[in-house]
Design a protein around this ligand. Structure first.
Ligand SMILES: [Zn+2]
Length: 124
């Protein structure tokens, strides 16, 4: 049994749904949802509305905290590699690295394809 955690939506408790109404008879209150797993915002929010509420309230602070872009990023030949796969005549996947600018293709193993930290891109 995984631990229950609270939805991080700042207004979650203000949405009057039956599942949020909790407490002893005669003293029930609408409460922040608490679940073992949530599917929105990397598992931090019970629904899209709570995720949006959080971003509306804290998004600008978060962007400033983690680093606001102050100039355009550039897609260049060095960072345009993307993992992809084709199908061969036996219906097997053939993994490839494909450069979105030069259209060059390089072989890729299935393990490299699945390894999210593996890249041949240099730079962002
Ligand atoms: Zn919520």
């Amino acid at each position: 049994m995984s631990e229950l955690k609270y939805c991080q939506g700042p207004d979650c408790h203000t949405y009057q749904t039956q599942d949020r109404l909790k407490g002893p008879k005669g003293n029930k209150t609408y409460q922040t949802r608490r679940r073992s797993s949530m599917y929105y915002g990397n598992g931090n929010f019970c629904d899209m509305r709570c995720q949006n509420d959080w971003f509306y309230k804290y998004g600008t602070q978060a962007v400033n905290h983690f680093g606001r872009l102050t100039e355009a990023k550039h897609l260049t030949e060095d960072n345009a590699w993307t993992k992809d796969y084709d199908w061969n005549s036996n219906d097997d996947r053939v993994y490839v690295y494909r450069n979105r600018i030069t259209k060059e293709q390089r072989p890729l193993t299935e393990a490299q394809y699945n390894d999210t930290s593996y890249t041949i891109n240099t730079g962002e």
